[in-house]
Design a protein around this ligand. Structure first.
Ligand SMILES: *Cc1c(COP(=O)(O)O)cnc(C)c1O
Length: 418
């Protein structure tokens, strides 16, 4: 089977991302290192823009999936808007050269400071998730003498059929407002001098592999819009969130155009702009984590490959028992063993992959695939480990887009007692 990263290939035994040997990246930048493919990023974005061609529609890249400013810059140049969830992400998007007017601000816990920052910058829309948040935003806008553009993130109560930790559109989770409440809040906002109703939003989950849930959610949102329209409340945009899944192992996610087909059919002929907030599907299979085997350890009942990347670099396996394909960078004529690929962190949950058949020896490089989304973005400094370097491959060129963290930088903000 081919690799889930389409710009990854083996040439005479060696793994190449585009036209760069991964071996050379490790030699030049060390390990662990996140490696992204520009061609794969662009192809993923293009799949979305093609699927939406000729429609009044727009892609807002969900920054939280991978927030490196070079990647934001690349998407901005391709014409993307951005979906952010913090003031920090807003600062990143602006640093990447994008305009605040192309930014939608999601998230359940926006602080007053973040609201001020986003209003001053002039973001396109705040996606509001609760009544107290609405009242706070109204008060902040009033003090600034502004009108805050808003959409309510509603909860269509549709099962995305994905992992419970990443399903967000069901009644019993913290995201969004219920439909009944949304009606009341829209009425309130319509009467406010400091709120401007711009749209409606929903986001039901992540790593979705079927087309029905988002189409169902869209249908429910249309019912609510009909109720709003009947009261004279009109919307400029309808934001259907992100959530399209990718192949990690043997999943077969629909192509973007397929995925959107039934949904777009439901929305045909409407005047509102359709917005999407894909994260994972734009970056997940454009990146890998390059790591070196420190030790091959043959235990009593298991074989371990102890590598220099750990759960602090890539948390998904430890957090969600997520599967990432792991492939040796050099093909070797060795007896394969079944290895648990584990990191140096002092937690039993610190693994990148379990029971993987690998022909490897000490010092070998491994590529952990499909690591472009929620990889570096979720990395931490647990065990006082500096976060990995990030590089972007573009044809034969390699750009360092984030330096490896130094130990000094890890405690630079800490203070000794007097
Ligand atoms: C996380 C998130 C996204 C992106 O989700 P993906 O599954 O990565 O596409 C989009 N919108 C909101 C509101 C989110 O919280």
């Amino acid at each position: 089977m081919s690799f889930p990263i389409t710009t990854l290939a083996r040439r005479e035994g060696a793994l190449f991302l585009e036209d760069v040997a991964l071996e050379n990246i490790a030699a030049g930048f060390g390990s662990p290192t996140y490696v992204y493919s520009r061609a794969a990023l662009e192809a993923a974005y293009t799949a979305w823009s093609r699927a939406l061609q000729g429609k009044r529609a727009r892609v807002f890249y969900a920054v939280k999936a991978n927030s490196n400013i070079a990647i934001l810059q690349l998407f901005a140049r391709l014409g993307a808007g951005f979906d952010i969830v913090s003031g920090g992400e807003l600062a990143r998007v602006l640093a990447a050269g994008a305009s605040a007017s192309d930014v939608v601000f999601s998230g359940v816990g926006k602080s007053e400071g973040e609201m001020r920052q986003a209003l001053a910058a002039g973001v396109r829309c705040f996606n509001i998730e609760s009544e107290p948040e609405l009242l706070r935003l109204e008060a902040v806008a009033k003090r600034m003498g502004l009108r805050a553009p808003i959409a309510f993130r509603v909860n269509p109560d549709v099962d995305p059929k994905t992992h419970p930790y990443i399903s967000t559109g069901l009644k019993n989770n913290k995201f969004g407002v219920a439909f009944d409440e949304a009606l009341r809040l829209y009425r309130y906002a319509a009467a406010s001098a400091h709120l401007a109703i711009d749209g409606i939003a929903c986001h039901i989950g992540s790593q979705m592999l079927e087309r029905d849930p988002i189409a169902d959610a869209g249908g429910r949102v249309l019912e609510l819009i009909a109720q709003l329209n009947a009261e004279g409340i009109t919307l400029k945009h309808i934001d259907l969130g992100g959530g399209l899944g990718i192949r990690y192992r043997d999943e077969v996610p629909p192509a973007v155009s397929d995925y959107l087909g039934p949904l777009l059919a439901k929305f045909a002929g409407r005047s509102e702009e359709l917005c999407f907030e894909p994260g994972r599907s734009l970056v997940g299979n454009a990146g890998l984590l390059l790591t070196r085997v420190e030790y091959v350890k043959h235990g009593e009942s298991r074989h371990f490959a102890i590598v220099d990347a750990a759960m602090n670099d890539l948390a998904r396996p430890a957090l969600y028992e997520a599967y990432h394909e792991i492939v040796p960078v050099a093909a070797r004529e060795l007896t394969p063993h079944t290895y648990d690929v584990v990191g140096p962190v002092c937690e039993s949950g610190d693994f990148l992959g379990l029971e993987r058949e690998l022909a490897i020896q000490d010092g070998d490089l491994l590529a952990v695939l499909s690591a472009g989304a929620y990889g570096m973005a979720m990395a931490s400094n647990y065990n006082t480990r500096g976060r990995a370097a990030e590089v972007l491959v573009d044809g034969e060129a390699v750009h360092l887009i984030r330096e490896r963290e130094t130990v000094d930088s890890l405690f630079a903000a800490e203070k000794l007692l007097p």
